[in-house]
Design a protein around this ligand. Structure first.
Ligand code: MG
Length: 335
């Protein structure tokens, strides 16, 4: 997913641009120019249609907006994008016949990043879009750095906790459930010692890739700590959560992992819980899953332990039998 996110930066994916212009001749010229420069063009003829595109989470990151358009003007669109859009960042260029300083100030104050005079000059348009593209790419790089784990490309700790909090709130609101899994690679320190840090890194990358590969597209997996992962499964009950955890366990152990320093068998232990009801609490779920993980380790590793979500109180102690634990896999421990 990191590779996918970086696609636009490495030039492999064409950059998308929205062109909103009500004059057919100007629109045609803009479209032709943008296509000549390898942009993927989305074009609309009025302000409402432009807003429908800009408000969506997958809006093009670049937009060229005519100032005077039916329904919503370019200025109004700029304001709405800055105040209401869910898209990460959109670079907005206003296209206008208005050229007084006052007009330009008004345009930039509404949230535009740049403006271009009509009739437009092709070369000027080209370099201004380039400048916009650089800003968009910078935003994207910063966004990835702030949300992703650099080594594995998974969500980082802060993001996966955000996602868990959001999913818990949603499950409570909608009366659904959310599955939480804590996964920890078995004997990872030994692997690190025998393979060196590069080898250890390769193990982390491959094991997390395998675990992620058996999840649904809307599940979220993050690196919680060194070799520990937190997985959030929206809508999953106990049975669904356990099944997912078992798939993850299975896919990690089914083949040895090749690293630059040699081949090594790896297994993973998982503790899991499903929260439901109106009082789902993210912290309690993590604590409960962590406790189940601890039990999986103690019971021999390479196994899944389910915790009953009905008693995730704050007074849990490691090792006591407050929770209903169901051992749910055989426990060979090859490492
Ligand atoms: Mg117009």
């Amino acid at each position: 997913m990191l590779v996918q996110a970086l696609g636009g930066l490495t030039g492999r994916c064409p950059v998308r641009i929205l062109i909103a212009e009500d004059d057919p001749t100007t629109l045609l010229m803009l479209e032709r120019a943008a296509k000549d420069w390898q942009y993927e063009v989305v074009s609309v003829r009025d302000g409402n249609a432009a807003w429908d595109v800009l408000r969506s989470a997958d809006s093009p990151p670049l937009a060229l907006l005519d100032w005077m358009m039916p329904a919503l003007s370019g200025i109004e669109l700029c304001r709405k994008v800055r105040q209401e859009s869910e898209a990460p960042f959109i670079y907005l260029v206003l296209l206008t016949g208005k050229v007084t300083t006052r007009d330009i100030v008004q345009g930039m104050e509404s949230g535009a990043d740049d403006y271009l005079r009509k009739p437009f000059d092709r070369q000027e348009l080209k370099v201004r879009l380039r400048a916009g593209q650089r800003i968009v790419e910078l935003h994207e790089t910063l966004r990835i750095q702030a949300t992703r784990d650099t080594l594995t490309g998974l969500w980082n700790r802060r993001m996966i906790l955000d996602i868990l909090g959001r999913e818990c709130a949603r499950a409570a609101r909608e009366g659904t459930s959310v599955g939480v899994i804590m996964a920890d690679l078995d004997h990872f320190k030994q692997a690190n010692d025998s393979l060196g840090h590069l080898g250890g890194d390769a193990v982390l990358v491959e094991a997390s890739r395998r675990m992620n590969s058996v999840l649904r597209p809307y599940d979220a997996m993050g690196r919680y700590g060194g070799e520990e992962f937190l997985i959030v499964l929206p809508g999953c009950d106990q049975a669904g959560t356990e099944a997912a955890a078992q798939r993850m366990r299975q896919v990690v152990q089914e083949a040895e992992i090749a690293t630059p320093a040699g081949v090594i068998p790896i297994t993973v232990s998982l503790g899991a819980v499903a929260g439901e009801g109106t009082t789902i609490d993210a912290e309690a779920l993590i604590r409960t899953a962590d406790l189940a993980l601890y039990r999986a380790k103690r019971a021999g590793r390479n196994r899944v332990e389910m915790a009953n979500s009905s008693s995730p109180g704050p007074s849990l102690n490691l090792g006591d039998a407050q929770l209903e634990i169901a051992a749910s896999s055989p426990s060979p421990c090859p490492v």
